[in-house]
Structures are given as structure tokens and as C-alpha cells.
Design a protein around this ligand. Structure first.
Ligand code: C5P
Length: 236
């Protein structure tokens, strides 16, 4: 069996929630763009052989020159254009895979603080079980609220986990899942959502509260705080 492990990094969102003209994945955090952090970490994981970055068509040259080359990322084998939804962008990334890998690691380009250890664990678990989802246990109490704004109930916190990325899957499972999503017109916000539809088991790998998704302007300030924290700790 192939020992290739391909990382697909969807980073083609327009960042509407962030406001402004620059997509959030290209905003600077510390002294480099947000996307560069995730690429550096994926690059450092030994088992990952190739990285495919999915970005808006118009930003391809910028991404190649100012992020990938400037940060010395050498495992990027392709830069492809995104689609209207995240799942379309991931699919475009999958379509660019040329040699069948064992696993695909899907990681959001706007999650800069995932650690090498978490990615390595997720790859290891998926190698054994076929699918690994990085997630953290729910700390807050979660309510189900109806459209009129009234509470309908309280969910059992013990059973709730917040999904993060990376999410790592056997290549054949992920391809099957994307084909099913296309055939059945499924709308999902993560890849595990598609694998669930097929009924394949997905193992949980514990993530980190630092592994935030930078979506809104206030997340940037949080990102700067996490960055300072990591500098003090000497990196994760
Ligand atoms: O905010 P959201 O969960 O949609 O974004 C998660 C990741 O998916 C981000 O890195 C974003 O750039 C990417 N994305 C994409 N193509 C889209 C929408 C989101 O690559 N059409």
C-alpha cells in the first residue's frame, strides 16, 4: 500500500465575517500571514509527503511567492482554485492528487495554531482506524433554541465535542464520501460530516483550545494572545 499522506488545505474562503478586502487567511498574525502557520506545521510533520493548497484563483501568485516560497515550504505540490463552498474547495484539492495516497489530511488554512503533535497523532490514529477527527470536549452548557428564540432543551454535554481540523481519512473513504455528497447534494461544514453519512467509524483525537479558527476580527486579537503565549512557552 502507498505510504503517501497528502494534506489538503482549504484556504479559499472570502472571509466575509472578517470584513475588509483581504481574505482572512492572508492577514498577518505576528510577522507572517495566517496561512503560513498551518503550512509550516504540516511541512514539519514527517509522515506528510505532499501539501495541496486551495486558494482563490486571483491569489495564486501571491500565495506561491509571498507565503510558500518566502516561508520555505517545500512539500507543496499544487496550488488549486477554490469553489463556492468549503466542500467544493476540498474536492478541488482532492482532484489535484495525482498518485493515490494512503491518507488525506484536511486542515483549514485559518487554523494557525494546530501543533505538530496533534497532526502527528491524528495521522497515526487514522492509519490504524481509517478516520480521525481532532476535537475538544464541550465545556459550556448547550441549549437547543427554536426559531422564535425560546429554549427547547439542554443537550447532554458529556456527549458533545467541538470539531476542529485536521481531519484525516483513508483516501478511498474520503473520495467515496465526496462522490456521495455530490450525488445526493449534501451540504456539510466538515469532511467528517460526509464520512458519517457513509457510516464509517471516526476516531476522536483530542485537539487544543489553541487550535482556533480565525473567522471574525476578534479572533485576530485572540490569535495574537495565543502567539505570545506560545513564544513564552517556547512553542508547542
Ligand atoms: O469559515 P469556514 O469554516 O467556511 O472556513 C474554513 C476553511 O475553509 C477556511 O480556511 C476557508 O478559507 C476555507 N474555505 C474554502 N472555500 C470556501 C469556503 C471556505 O476553502 N468556499
Amino acid at each position: 500500500m502507498s505510504n503517501r499522506v497528502v494534506a489538503v488545505v482549504p484556504a479559499a474562503g472570502r472571509g466575509a465575517r472578517m470584513g475588509g478586502n483581504i481574505p482572512k487567511q492572508f492577514l498577518s498574525l505576528g510577522d507572517i500571514p495566517i496561512l503560513a502557520y498551518a503550512l509550516r506545521t504540516l511541512e514539519s510533520v514527517q509522515s506528510i509527503t505532499d501539501i495541496i493548497v486551495v486558494i482563490p484563483q486571483a491569489d495564486q501568485d501571491y500565495c506561491r511567492e509571498d507565503i510558500i516560497e518566502r516561508c520555505g515550504i517545500r512539500k507543496v505540490t499544487d496550488i488549486v482554485s477554490g469553489g463556492p463552498r468549503r466542500q467544493d474547495s476540498v474536492r478541488n484539492g482532492l482532484m489535484a492528487i495525482t498518485e493515490t495516497p494512503a491518507l488525506v489530511v484536511v486542515h483549514d488554512g485559518v487554523r494557525p495554531f494546530v501543533s505538530k503533535k496533534i497532526v502527528t497523532n491524528a495521522v497515526h490514529v487514522a492509519m490504524e482506524s481509517g478516520a480521525a477527527l481532532v476535537a475538544i470536549p464541550m465545556k459550556d452548557t448547550v441549549k437547543r433554541v427554536n426559531q422564535q428564540g425560546y429554549v427547547e432543551g439542554t443537550l447532554n454535554r458529556e456527549e458533545l465535542w467541538l470539531a476542529q481540523t485536521p481531519q484525516v481519512f483513508r483516501y478511498s473513504w474520503l473520495m467515496e464520501a465526496h462522490q456521495l455528497a455530490e450525488a445526493k447534494n449534501l451540504e456539510v461544514t466538515d469532511d467528517a460530516g460526509m464520512i458519517e453519512q457513509l457510516g464509517y467509524p471516526i476516531s476522536i483525537v483530542e485537539g487544543s483550545a489553541h487550535n482556533i479558527k480565525i473567522t471574525r476580527p476578534e479572533d485576530l486579537a485572540l490569535g495574537e494572545a495565543i502567539l505570545s503565549c506560545q513564544k513564552l512557552e517556547g512553542g508547542e
